[in-house]
Design a protein around this ligand. Structure first.
Ligand code: CTP
Ligand code: CA
Length: 222
């Protein structure tokens, strides 16, 4: 028997969330990645499920099962992009919480890269597709697209630019210059941007609390 929350603001809604840092292979044994823990994405998945939504979580990290959440494991940005585009048309809400690598190896080495005498190594990288931008530009009038962004300066100005350029309904900006927030921390301090609204700063609190707050705000967007 499968039990689901029968009440909540998101009953009957399908929510797609991305989580974790993507991994970009360089050769069969190495990859490029970032410090993302996936905690924020998992907290959002939990909060959406608690609100009665049917949740799909595309993730690079395994932080355990969440009741009511279907997980799709991926590794690279390209994989995450393809899975997102495959699932998005059937979704009511997309939340891009993954820390997506902007770049990937221009040439994936078939064999382990070897040292050449005492020479250094120059890696050539190319840009990955922008998942949030693709989904933002594809969305219908009924769909809601929410993104995250990381900034170390000019939080609101840079954030507003991303909000507009990616056609998002909401952008949550992390100030990654602050201590004890952001990557791998249990806490987060964020500024919430919505077109036509004043920026709102959420005081530093747990990712669980921030996720609940964000889900409430998303539910009342339309
Ligand atoms: N993002 C994405 N696909 C990428 C790069 C970023 O979907 N290839 C998304 C992230 O998931 C996040 C948002 O873009 O929701 C913001 O990431 P961020 O690094 O702050 O913004 P960028 O647009 O990549 O800009 P820059 O790195 O130049 O600041
Ligand atoms: Ca980026």
């Amino acid at each position: 028997i499968r039990l689901r929350a029968k009440s909540g603001q998101l009953v009957g809604k399908k929510v797609l969330i991305t989580a974790g840092g993507t991994r970009e292979a360089l050769d069969p044994v190495r990859y490029l990645t970032n410090r993302s823990s996936g905690k924020m994405g998992y907290a959002l998945a939990q909060a959406a499920a608690e609100n009665g939504a049917q949740v799909f979580l595309i993730t690079t990290v395994d932080r355990g099962n969440i009741f009511g959440v279907k997980r799709i494991q991926v590794e690279s940005t390209q994989d995450m992009y393809e899975e997102t585009r495959r699932l998005f048309p059937d979704m009511d809400i997309f939340i891009g919480a993954a820390a997506v690598s902007d770049f990937k190896a221009a040439h994936l080495a078939e064999h382990k890269i070897k040292k050449q005498s005492d020479a250094g190594l120059t890696l050539e990288l190319t840009q990955n597709p922008d998942i949030l931008k693709a989904v933002g530009h594809d969305k219908t009038e009924q769909q809601i697209v929410v993104g995250f962004a990381a900034e170390t300066q000019n939080i609101v100005a840079y954030g507003q630019n991303k909000l507009i350029q990616k056609h998002a309904n909401m952008l949550i900006v992390n100030d990654v210059s602050q201590a004890d927030t952001g990557f791998s921390s249990d806490n987060n301090a964020v500024t919430i941007l919505v077109p036509g609204h004043e920026p709102e700063v959420l005081a530093k609190t747990s990712k669980t609390e921030i996720a609940r707050d964000i889900m409430t705000r998303i539910s009342s967007l339309k």
